[in-house]
Design a protein around this ligand. Structure first.
Ligand code: ZN
Length: 658
C-alpha cells in the first residue's frame, strides 16, 4: 500500500527487484557473469534497489523527489535477460506511470498537486483535479464528520468525484460505516450539479489480509486494553471506519508502558500534498529495560536536580510531573522512512483528553554505517568520540526530555484577577533583580505568545538543561558512569566531554538546515544546537573554537578544552538557559525573541564560508537494513538479521516478502 501511495510505478519496480533476486538466488556476481553485465552495473542496480526499498518507492521519503538508477537502461535490459519473468517485470515497471528513469515532464519528478504538474497517487487517475476541488470536497466531508486519513480522491471523466476508502470488504453494511447508509452527496456551490460518491474497498486485498491477521494477533495480546485495541484495528481495516481507528488509538494511549509497543495505520499526512490523507505505516518495537530504568532514576532525581537549575522555585511548578517518554528499540518499521522519534496520535481531541505517547527510537538514533566518517571532530578526539557518543547521547536525550521539557512554570493570570503567583509580591527576576512585570494574560498560551519562534526556543531550553545537568556527576552515575564524585579523569568525564563535543558538532552540522536565500532555519532542533555552539564559543578563554588551517575551511575542526567544561562551558550555558527560561516564564516575548534571533543569527563567516564545507561533508541520509522474525515449527520465534550491505538490504525484503 505504501508503494502504491508513492507512485504508480513503485509496485512493479518492487516486483522487478524481487524477481531479479529470485533469478540469481541472491548471487549477484553470478548474475553479472551470466548476463554479460559488469559488476559495476550490477552494483549500480543494487544501490538503486537499496535506496528504493529504504524509501518504499522511487521518490525520496524525505524530500519527495524522484531518484533514478545509475545503471543505464541498456545495461538493465542485459540484467533482466536472465529470465523471461525478469524481462516482463522490467517491461511492466518501465511502462507504468513514469517508469524508472527521468520523466518527460520535469514536474513529475516531484510529488505534489496534479494541478501544478506534480505527481500524487492520493488523487489517482485525476490529472485535472484542482486544489480548490480537493478543498471543497474535503470541507463537505469534514462537515459530515467523515475523516480522510484512509481515503484517496478521484475525479471521474464526467467531473464527479469518488472518495476511495481503504477497507477489506467492498461493501460494508451501513451499521459498520461511519456515515451509516449515506453513500453519495450532491455537491453544492462551485461544484453544484456534480456528485460525490463513497467507494469502499480501496486497497481491498491488503486491508482484508491485515484485518484477518490483526484478529489472530488478538490471541497474543498482553492485556484486555490491547485486545480492545486490536479489535478496533480489525474493525477499522475491515470496514474502513476511521472512528474505529480513533478508538484503537484511545486504547493504545491507555496501554501504558507495554513491553512490546506497536502502532499501525494511515498515520502521518506529510506526503499528501493537501496534508490530510495518511501514509500507511506500522512498527513493532521493544522497551529497552536498562534505559527505562535509568530514565526512571532520572525522574526520581528531579527533586534534587531541579534546584540546581538557574532559577528560583517561583519559576518552577509546585510538583514535578514527568512528561510521558519511553525509549524503544525498533524491531520493524514499515513505511517510506523511519523517524528517530514519534509523538502520536495526531488527533487533537484524543491528545487533549487522553494524552499521547512520546517515544524515542533508540536503535534508529544510534544506527551508523561501519566506519562512517565524523566530520569536524579532531583525529585525537575520534576514538573517544566513537566510544562514548551513544552513551553521551542517551544521557542528553534523557535529561532533555524529562528534566528539560518537564521543567518550568508559566506565570499566568489564569482568569481575570486570578493569578498562579503572588501578584502583590511578584517573583524577582534573576536577570534584572527586579520583580517581574509581565506574565500570560487570560487565554494566552506559550505558543500563542511566542509564535513561530516557540518550538525551536523550547528545544533550545531543553538542550541547555541537558548540557547543564549532564555536568552533575550524580546523574552520570545513574547512567552507569563514574562514582558520582566530580572527576573529569574517569569514564564519567569522558561521557561529559563527548556530550559537549557532540553538541558542538551538531551546532556546526546544523548549518545544513539554514537557508541562505531566506536567512531562515528549517529545523527547530538544529537551530537550537547552533545557539548552544555559539554560546560555547562565547564562553571565553578559548573554551571552544571552530577553525581551519586551510583557506577554503575544508579542514574545519572543533577544538574543545575538556578542562574548561565545568569552569567555562556550564556557566555560559547556564546564563543562556536562565534568560530563555525567565523570558518564557514571564511571557516576555520581546526580550526572548530578540535573544533567540541574535544567538541563532548566521553571519557571513558561518553562512558564506563554513556552510559550503558543512554541505560538502554531510553524511548521506540512511536507509535501514531491518531484521525479520520467523515463526518456527516448535512455535518459537527466531530473529534473522542481515548484513548492512546493499545485498543484505535486498535479501531482507525478499525474505519479508513470503
Ligand atoms: Zn525536545
Amino acid at each position: 500500500m505504501t508503494l502504491r501511495q508513492v507512485s504508480p510505478e513503485s509496485e512493479p519496480i518492487y516486483d522487478l527487484i524481487i524477481a531479479l533476486y529470485a533469478a540469481c538466488k541472491g548471487d549477484w556476481k553470478a548474475l553479472a557473469e551470466k548476463t554479460g553485465a559488469s559488476e559495476d552495473e550490477v552494483n549500480s542496480f543494487l544501490e538503486y534497489a537499496a535506496q528504493f526499498l529504504g524509501n518504499c518507492g522511487n521518490y525520496k521519503g524525505f524530500g519527495d523527489s524522484k531518484f533514478i538508477p545509475r545503471i543505464s537502461g541498456e545495461a538493465l535490459s542485459k540484467l533482466v535477460s536472465v529470465s523471461e519473468e525478469c524481462t516482463k517485470a522490467l517491461e511492466k515497471a518501465s511502462s507504468t506511470g513514469g517508469g524508472l528513469y527521468k520523466t518527460k515532464e520535469p514536474g513529475m519528478m516531484h510529488l505534489g498537486y496534479p494541478e501544478n504538474g506534480h505527481l500524487s497517487t492520493y488523487y489517482p487517475d485525476s490529472p485535472y483535479i484542482t486544489k480548490e476541488e480537493i478543498t471543497l470536497v474535503g470541507e463537505l466531508l469534514e462537515k459530515e464528520k467523515l475523516l480522510l486519513e484512509n481515503t484517496r480522491l478521484r475525479k471521474t471523466p464526467s467531473g464527479d468525484f469518488e472518495v476511495l476508502i481503504a477497507s477489506g470488504v467492498a461493501n460494508p453494511p451501513p451499521s459498520d460505516r461511519d456515515l451509516g447508509d449515506v453513500d453519495s452527496f450532491d455537491l453544492g456551490g462551485k461544484l453544484s450539479g456534480k456528485k460525490l460518491k463513497l467507494v469502499y474497498g480501496d486497497h481491498l486485498n491488503e486491508m482484508a489480509k491485515i484485518a484477518v491477521e490483526i484478529k489472530k494477533a488478538k490471541k497474543e495480546a498482553g492485556n484486555d486494553i490491547e485486545k480492545k485495541m486490536l479489535e478496533e484495528y480489525a474493525r477499522s481495516f475491515g470496514t474502513g471506519s476511521i472512528q474505529a481507528f480513533k478508538e484503537s488509538q484511545r486504547n493504545w494511549i491507555k496501554d501504558k508502558g507495554p513491553m512490546v509497543e506497536t502502532n499501525l495505520g494511515f498515520v502521518e499526512t506529510y506526503r499528501d500534498p493537501h496534508g490530510v490523507r495518511g501514509e500507511w505505516e506500522g512498527f513493532a518495537a521493544m522497551v529497552n529495560l536498562e534505559r527505562t530504568r535509568a530514565f526512571g532514576k532520572l525522574v526520581e532525581s528531579a527533586a534534587s536536580m531541579i534546584p540546581k537549575l538557574p532559577w528560583s522555585k517561583d519559576f518552577e511548578k509546585d510538583e514535578f510531573l514527568s512528561p510521558d517518554f519511553t525509549s524503544l528499540e525498533v524491531l520493524s518499521f514499515a513505511g517510506s522512512g523511519i523517524p528517530a522519534g514519534i509523538n502520536i496520535p495526531n488527533y487533537d481531541d484524543i491528545r487533549q483528553n487522553l494524552g499521547f505517547k512520546n517515544v524515542s527510537l533508540g536503535n534508529v538514533l544510534s544506527a551508523k554505517a561501519p566506519n562512517e566518517p565524523i566530520p569536524f571532530i579532531r583525529e585525537q578526539d575520534e576514538p573517544l568520540f566513537r566510544e562514548f557518543r551513544d552513551a553521551a547521547f542517551e544521557v542528553q536525550v534523557g535529561i532533555h526530555e524529562l528534566l528539560g521539557h518537564g521543567t518550568g512554570k508559566l506565570l499566568q493570570e489564569t482568569s481575570p484577577g486570578v493569578y498562579n503567583f503572588d501578584i502583590k509580591n511578584p517573583p524577582i527576576s534573576p536577570i534584572s533583580d527586579k520583580p517581574v512585570s509581565t506574565w500570560y494574560k487570560p487565554g494566552q498560551t506559550w505558543s500563542s505568545v511566542f509564535g513561530s519562534v516557540a518550538s525551536s526556543y523550547e528545544e533550545c531550553r531543553a538542550e541547555c538543561v541537558a548540557m547543564v545537568l549532564s555536568c552533575e556527576f550524580e546523574i552520570l552515575k545513574l547512567f552507569g558512569f563514574g562514582t558520582g564524585e566530580e572527576d573529569m579523569s574517569n569514564k564519567a568525564g569522558d561521557v561529559l566531554y563527548v556530550a559537549y563535543l557532540q553538541m558542538a558538532r551538531a551546532g556546526v552540522a546544523a548549518l545544513e538546515y539554514w537557508d541562505p536565500k531566506s536567512s531562515k532555519w528549517g529545523q527547530i532542533h538544529m537551530r537550537a544546537r547552533f545557539a548552544i555552539l555559539k554560546t560555547f564559543m562565547e564562553a571565553g578563554d578559548k573554551f571552544v573554537e571552530v577553525k581551519a588551517t586551510k583557506e577554503d575551511l575544508s579542514d574545519l575542526q572543533i577544538y574543545l578544552d575538556r578542562s574548561k567544561i565545568l569552569s567555562h562551558g556550564r556557566p555560559a550555558v547556564e546564563k543562556l538557559l536562565q534568560k530563555l527560561h525567565i523570558y518564557k516564564s514571564t511571557a516576555d516575548v520581546e526580550a526572548g525573541t530578540k535573544l533567540y534571533n541574535e544567538i541563532t543569527h548566521v553571519d557571513e563567516w558561518w553562512g558564506g564560508k563554513a556552510r559550503p564545507v558543512v554541505l560538502d561533508k554531510k553524511t548521506p541520509r540512511k536507509v535501514f537494513v531491518q531484521a525479520n522474525t520467523v515463526l518456527q515449527d516448535d512455535g518459537k520465534v527466531s530473529l534473522k538479521e542481515y548484513e548492512p550491505t546493499l545485498e543484505g538490504m535486498v535479501q531482507s525484503y525478499v525474505e519479508r516478502n513470503v
